[in-house]
Design a protein around this ligand. Structure first.
Ligand SMILES: [Zn+2]
Length: 151
């Protein structure tokens, strides 16, 4: 199996996964992410305790790319500090924009989310892939009273 097939398999599995898709009863912040060009519509919820994202989940619907990307984000971000989460968002957006191409660095920072790397060559799917990440960026900006990485 080549890398491209492994990547598509991760996206397929993640888009059907319900591990992180549920209501977060004790969420401290929730934001909606909407991508009108595709119809992806999610609600991302986090539970932040003392500068740490102790829990994260989402609800909503959308295409396979948006659902897989949101699920991957949740798995990756859970347990991270706000600063670590911010760094991870920055690396992910850099990968999707094609600005960061160092595979080793990407895998170290993004784990399975590196499966979305090829989206950087599909401009019409970029918004689907970044939706959850920009939504988390917004949550963090509001929580920390700071600017978004990508306003
Ligand atoms: Zn989409």
């Amino acid at each position: 199996m080549d890398l491209r097939q492994i990547y598509s398999q991760i996206i397929m599995e993640q888009s059907n996964s319900h591990r992180h898709k549920h209501t977060l009863e004790d969420a401290t912040a929730t934001e909606r992410g909407f991508n009108p060009s595709c119809g992806d519509d999610i609600h991302l919820s986090v539970k932040i305790e003392a500068d740490k994202i102790v829990d994260i989940a989402f609800e909503g619907s959308g295409c396979a790319i948006s659902q897989a990307s949101t699920s991957l984000l949740c798995g990756l971000i859970k347990g991270k500090t706000i600063a670590e989460a911010r760094n991870t968002i920055e690396v992910f957006l850099g990968m999707i924009k094609g600005e960061i191409t160092d595979d080793e660095m990407l895998e170290e920072n993004l784990g399975d989310a590196v499966a979305l790397k090829n989206i950087s060559t599909m401009p019409q799917r970029v918004r689907c892939a970044v939706l959850a990440w920009r939504t988390l960026d917004l949550i963090i900006a509001k929580e920390t009273d700071s600017e978004m990485i990508e306003p």
